[in-house]
Design a protein around this ligand. Structure first.
Ligand code: NAP
Length: 327
C-alpha cells in the first residue's frame, strides 16, 4: 500500500510516498481504509526530527484520520462499512501512522464519524478539538459566562478553541495577526478580535469584555505571548499552554502570577487514556452538534501532494489542512 514514509532522520529529503508492506493486525484492532488525514504541526516536527521524544525512522507520518472499517475487531465493536475517526494518543511509527491507504487501529481508539460531517471535516477534528477541550475545560476549568482569550486563534487548535468556547457559553476574544483572518474569526464565533501586536492590547481587551481581566487564556503561540497572556488574566485566572510556534522561552512577571493567584498549566493531549479521550470526544460532538458547528477545513490535497499540504500548513492557515487519501 502507499504511505507517506520517513525513512531516515533529516526531514523532507527522507520523506516520500512509498510502498509499505501491509501487516497483520491484532484481535483488538480494526483494519481501516483511510479516506482523509488532518495535518498537525507535530506531524511536521516529527518529519523534521524536532519533536521531543519523537518517532525513530522508519515511520508512517500522521496521527488523525477518518476512514471506513474494512475488517472489524474480534470483540465485534466495529463492523465492515462503519465510518470512523481515529482518536489515538500516541506519537507515530509504522504501526500508528495514518497517512497511508490502510491501517490497523485499536478498537478502543476509534469513534463513529459524526453524523453529517464530510470525511475532510471529520479528519480535521480529532487532535485539535481534543486539545482545545482539554485546554478550556479540563485544565482551564472554564465555566459558562466566563471570558476566554485564544492566541493563534486562526490555527487548528485556535479555531477549535474559539468555536468550543463560544458554544460553551463563554465570551471569546480571539487574537490573530492578519486582518483578513480577524474578520473570518468573527464569523467563526469570536465576540472580539484583536491583533496581538495592538498598542495597549490589555486595556482594549478589558474595555471590550467590560472586566479587569479574563478567566482563561488558551495559549497556542508561546514565546513572548505567554507574558502578555499573564497580564490579561484576572484574579484566579488560568493559562493553558498548548504551543510554542513563536518561541520556547518567555519572561513572565512573577509578581503578576502571585498577586493574581494565577495558574499556568501545560496541556498535553497525548496524556489521555482511550476511555478519557472517548468521554471528551462524546462531549465535544454533543456540543458541536447542538451549536451546529463543524471543523473548518482551509485546504485539502491528494496523498501524492502531501508535501504541498505540509507547505501550506507551515504557511498561512485558517483552520485545518487535510490530505485526502481516497474517496
Ligand atoms: N500540547 C498539545 O497537546 C498540542 C496539541 C496540538 C497542537 N499543539 C501545538 O500547538 C501549536 C498550535 O497548533 P495548531 O495546530 O493550532 O497550529 P496552526 O494551525 O499551524 O496555527 C497556529 C496559528 O498561530 C499563529 N502563529 C503562528 N506562528 C506565529 C508566530 N510566530 N507568532 C504569533 N502567532 C503565530 C498563526 O495565526 P495568525 O497568523 O492568525 O496570527 C497560526 O494560524 C503548535 O505549536 C502545535 O504543535 C500542541
Amino acid at each position: 500500500m502507499r504511505a507517506l514514509l520517513t525513512t531516515a532522520p533529516g526531514g523532507w529529503p527522507n520523506t516520500s510516498i512509498s510502498n509499505v508492506e501491509s501487516r497483520l493486525g491484532q484481535p483488538n484492532q480494526v483494519l481501516v481504509k483511510v479516506t482523509a488525514v488532518g495535518l498537525n504541526p507535530a506531524d511536521n516536527f516529527q518529519i523534521e526530527g524536532r519533536y521531543p521524544g519523537g518517532p525513530k525512522p522508519p515511520f508512517i507520518v500522521g496521527r488523525d484520520a477518518c476512514g471506513v472499517v474494512l475488517k472489524g475487531d474480534a470483540g465485534g465493536q466495529w463492523k465492515p462499512g462503519d465510518a470512523v475517526i481515529a482518536l489515538q494518543s500516541t506519537t507515530t511509527d509504522l504501526e500508528h501512522g495514518t497517512l497511508c491507504e490502510e491501517q490497523w487501529i485499536a478498537a478502543e481508539n476509534l469513534a463513529r464519524k459524526p453524523t453529517g460531517w464530510s470525511d475532510l471535516e471529520a479528519a480535521a477534528a480529532p487532535l485539535v478539538y481534543q486539545t482545545a477541550w482539554k485546554a478550556l475545560v479540563d485544565v482551564g476549568g472554564l465555566q459558562p459566562g466566563q471570558t476566554v482569550v485564544v492566541t493563534g486563534a486562526s490555527g487548528g487548535v485556535g479555531l477549535a478553541s474559539v468555536q468550543l468556547a463560544r458554544a460553551y457559553g463563554a465570551t471569546v476574544v480571539a487574537l490573530s495577526r492578519s486582518t483578513e483572518k480577524q474578520n473570518r474569526l468573527r464569523t467563526a464565533g469570536a465576540h472580539h478580535v484583536f491583533s496581538p501586536e495592538t498598542d495597549h492590547l490589555k486595556d482594549k481587551i478589558f474595555d471590550a469584555v467590560k472586566a479587569k481581566g479574563v478567566d482563561v487564556v488558551v495559549e497556542t503561540v508561546g514565546g513572548p505571548i505567554l507574558a502578555t497572556s499573564l497580564h490579561l488574566l484576572g484574579v484566579h485566572g488560568r493559562i493553558s499552554v498548548v504551543g510554542v510556534l513563536a518561541g520556547v522561552e518567555s519572561n513572565i512577571s512573577i509578581p503578576a502570577l502571585m498577586f493574581k493567584r494565577a495558574s499556568i498549566h501545560g496541556v498535553l493531549v497525548t496524556d489521555d487514556v482511550p476511555a478519557k479521550s472517548q468521554a471528551a470526544w462524546t462531549q465535544i460532538v454533543e456540543l458541536m452538534t447542538t451549536a451546529e458547528i463543524r471543523p473548518i477545513v482551509d485546504a485539502h490535497f491528494p496523498l501524492e501532494k502531501s508535501s504541498d499540504a505540509f507547505e501550506k500548513l507551515r504557511g498561512n492557515v485558517f483552520g485545518k489542512v487535510v490530505v485526502q487519501v481516497s474517496n
